[in-house]
Write a protein that binds this ligand. Structure first.
Ligand code: FES
Length: 104
């Protein structure tokens, strides 16, 4: 039998389109960003100096860090300036009214 690693987190209704929120699942701080009916998950700590990305700004698929304005694509974890993946990405899905996050 196949068992996946998706864990339930917050209710879908608690994350509106165009907003983001930090959740803690299995001891990991994960930034969830919702765009339309898709939810993207990335590590919440900015690799620059460790600021809380959930306190930043979301514009389209791009989250800006509140501290020094580094910008990341929530779909890929890529830092736009260098085009390198620097954030851990977590696959998310919406099921039975909840957002589920793949934990590894
Ligand atoms: S801590 Fe995020 S840009 Fe510096």
């Amino acid at each position: 039998m196949f068992i996946d690693n998706f864990m339930p987190s917050i209710d879908e209704a608690d994350l509106k389109d165009g907003t983001m929120k930090m959740v803690n699942v299995s001891g990991k701080d994960i930034l969830l960003a919702r765009i339309g009916n898709e939810v993207f998950g990335v590590s919440n700590i900015c690799p620059c100096r460790g600021c809380d990305l959930s306190k930043g700004k979301l514009e389209g698929y791009i989250v800006s860090c509140p501290c020094h304005d580094w910008k990341f694509d929530v779909r890929t974890g890529v830092y736009l300036k260098t085009n390198k993946k620097v954030l851990t990405i977590y696959r998310c899905k919406i099921e039975n009214g909840k957002i589920h996050i793949e934990i590894f």
